[in-house]
Design a protein around this ligand. Structure first.
Ligand SMILES: CC(C)(COP(=O)(O)OP(=O)(O)OC[C@H]1O[C@@H](n2cnc3c(N)ncnc32)[C@H](O)[C@@H]1OP(=O)(O)O)[C@@H](O)C(=O)NCCC(=O)NCCS
Length: 185
């Protein structure tokens, strides 16, 4: 609670042209921290050019309506990223939620706040019906974030995503519009 009281205001805002340097800074400073939790990246990932290319791919996907990708901003400083991806409409109206918060800002409720804001965006702006997250069983902090954001554990998907070069089992968390917003507290 104290940590959250000391925290600045947390907002999410859609990625836009010009965000590549902020993303590069985030990934460079957290390269070691993120490695166990992310797919392997190519050598260009931690370069200005690599981030500019990745950003333009994201912005194209955003224009097509299949991604909503946000910077997490605390008191005006970019401290993380949160993404609604694989947005499917039709009978599914579903997407994936993914997030990261800079290591030195961890443990102050930033990811949980951002997750609530992003899920709220999925339901109230995108009018989706379901948001899901896939989390490795050993990623205790991320599991806690999903729970605090009001997501429900659905089960284990075996060899689900290739993380740091290995096919890893993941726990699937989800929330549907009928469950939103979750009860306060
Ligand atoms: C997971 C991550 C986003 C959490 O960010 P954060 O801003 O610290 O998250 P919050 O402060 O909102 O919540 C973290 C919760 O996990 C808990 N936690 C942290 N480490 C933990 C651990 N090793 N075991 C159990 N709980 C842990 C914290 O105590 C907190 O819960 P609490 O509020 O009940 O005390 C951040 O660590 C990160 O970016 N990790 C690397 C990328 C990643 O794993 N992304 C998710 C992939 S599915």
């Amino acid at each position: 609670v104290d940590a959250q009281r000391n925290r600045g205001r947390v907002e999410i805002r859609l990625l836009r042209e010009g965000d590549a340097p902020a993303l590069l800074d985030l990934y460079r400073r957290n390269a070691h921290f993120l490695r166990p939790w992310e797919p392997l990246h190519d050598a260009a990932w931690l370069t200005r050019r690599g981030q500019e290319e990745a950003l333009s791919t994201t912005l194209r996907a955003q224009q097509l309506g299949v991604v909503r990708d946000f910077l997490i901003v605390e008191s005006g400083v970019a401290v993380g990223r949160i993404t609604l991806s694989e947005i499917v409409r039709g009978a599914f109206l579903d997407c994936y939620l993914g997030y990261l918060v800079s290591e030195e800002r961890n443990g102050r409720g930033i990811a949980s706040t951002a997750a609530r804001l992003a899920i709220d965006h999925a339901f109230s702006v995108e009018r989706l019906h379901r948001v899901q997250a896939a989390i490795m069983p050993r990623n205790a902090a991320s599991i806690r974030v999903a729970e605090k954001a009001g997501m429900r554990r659905e089960g284990v998907a075996v060899r689900y995503l290739r993380i740091d070069g290995r096919w890893e089992d993941h726990v699937i968390f989800a929330v549907t519009a009928e469950e939103w917003p979750p009860p306060a507290g």
